[in-house]
Write a protein that binds this ligand. Structure first.
Ligand code: PLP
Length: 409
């Protein structure tokens, strides 16, 4: 008799983005003449760079001849790409070994799957608000109790509130936890942790034999000095942190799909000496994953090399100019805004303490602009919206003009 994984039934209501899509589609049906301006989802919109396109085409050409065709590659990723990733980290003064890199089909699956190598009994701390996959993967993995609709929290998680008082970067927890999910630059708040702030987490993790799961998918969006791009810039972080990153937001690979996870050999926890967690993740990937697409890996290599690197950074600069326009537009419209300087996300306070979903509906109805309600990312996201700078410049400009003209707060 088959039975289901009961933990799925604990997942709180629908996933945020389908609900946004549902409301937007309904509104569009009622207003067929209106064109909706979307600044909701963090999906890239600009074309792949010429160097990446060339590499993708070249790889397809190789695959189209028997002599140069290749099938399955290494589950951990092609050696040439892992070596290139090692060089990429040298710019931050971080020295890693290729065998510490695991190339994947993107950061989301790694962020969801990484909890599998940890015991079900681990206590999980998450930033609140947070990118939803950290929460949902641990709910499904059985590390929580029920979702409490009154507090909007799962029993069992330790929520690290990110708010105006702490500049949206929380302190390490007061109590003992085992796994800590950190994302910097942060989705959704756009906040970025300083060296001191990350060091406090590393010190905490070393003291408590906890493991930090550090998502640096937006590291290339850091424009100011003094913010680490990798957690391994902090001394001894290799002993207590796993880092997850992606080509999605840096090089526009949201559809191409490519990312990586670093599990240092030095990483330890309560019952695993150095090397064990690296071996476990290796085993996990070899068992459940057959390697990232070889075409995508050829593109990834180009994105990190010479011209490709410059072009990827130009793509980031394009989105960051959008971020500037959004920050300025929303400020002129009378909103209080955060983020958008070292991150593509602008975190704006709703006017007059309006609930996030009400402000979502108001912006859609009066300005025809779609944003993301902050409450969808966790209880501390209530009374905020996230505005994404992914979009064509002309749409961003139209959206800001519409908000400035039509939003009366
Ligand atoms: N991590 C964060 C913080 C993200 O915001 C996203 C995508 O929005 C991802 C990971 C997913 O990245 P990928 O496209 O590589 O799966």
């Amino acid at each position: 008799m088959a039975t289901i994984n009961e933990n799925f039934s604990k997942l709180a209501s629908g996933y945020l983005f389908p609900e946004i899509a549902r409301r937007t589609a309904l509104w569009q049906k009622q207003h067929p003449e209106a064109s909706v301006l979307r600044l909701g989802i963090g999906n890239t919109t600009e074309a792949l760079s010429p160097a990446v396109c060339k590499a993708l085409h070249d790889k397809v050409d190789l695959l189209s001849h028997r002599e140069t065709y290749s099938g399955y590659g290494d589950e951990q990723g092609d050696t040439y790409l892992r070596e290139q990733l090692v060089s990429y980290y040298h710019q931050y003064g971080v020295d890693l070994d290729p065998t510490e890199f695991f190339v994947s089909d993107g950061a989301k699956s790694d962020a969801a799957n990484i909890q599998e190598i940890f015991s079900k009994d681990n206590v999980v701390a998450i930033q609140d608000p947070a990118y939803p996959v950290y929460v949902d993967s641990n709910v499904v993995g059985g590390r929580t109790g029920r979702f409490n609709p009154d507090t909007l929290r799962y029993e069992g998680f330790v929520y690290l509130a990110s708010n105006e008082e702490n500049g949206f970067v929380p302190d390490p927890p007061k109590q003992k936890v085992d796994l800590i999910y950190l994302c910097s630059p942060n989705n959704p708040t756009g906040a970025v942790a300083t060296t001191q702030q990350l060091k406090a987490f590393v010190d905490y993790a070393l003291e408590n034999k906890a493991v930090i799961l550090f998502d640096s998918a937006y590291s290339e969006y850091i424009t100011e000095e003094g913010y680490p791009h990798s957690i391994y810039e902090i001394e001894n972080a290799k002993k207590c942190a796993i880092e997850i990153n992606s080509f999605s937001k840096f090089s526009g690979f949201t559809g191409v799909r490519l990312g990586w996870t670093i599990v240092p050999k030095e990483l330890e926890c309560e019952d695993a000496s150095s090397g064990v967690l690296n071996k476990m993740w290796n085993r996990r990937q070899c068992t459940f994953f057959n390697g990232a697409s070889n075409i995508a890996q050829a593109g990834g290599y180009a994105a990190l090399s010479g011209e490709g690197l410059r072009e990827s950074r130009a793509l980031v600069a394009y989105y960051m100019e959008n971020a500037r326009l959004i920050r300025e537009g929303l400020t002129r419209a009378g909103l209080t805004v955060y983020g958008g300087i070292n991150s593509p996300y602008i975190w704006a306070k709703t006017p007059n303490d309006m609930p996030s979903w009400d402000f979502f509906d108001l912006l859609l109805d009066s300005c025809h602009v779609v944003v993301t309600p902050g409450s969808g990312f966790g209880p501390s996201g209530e009374h905020y919206i996230r505005v994404s700078s992914y979009g064509h410049r002309e749409n961003v400009e139209k959206a800001m003009q519409s908000i400035e003209e039509n939003l009366h707060v």
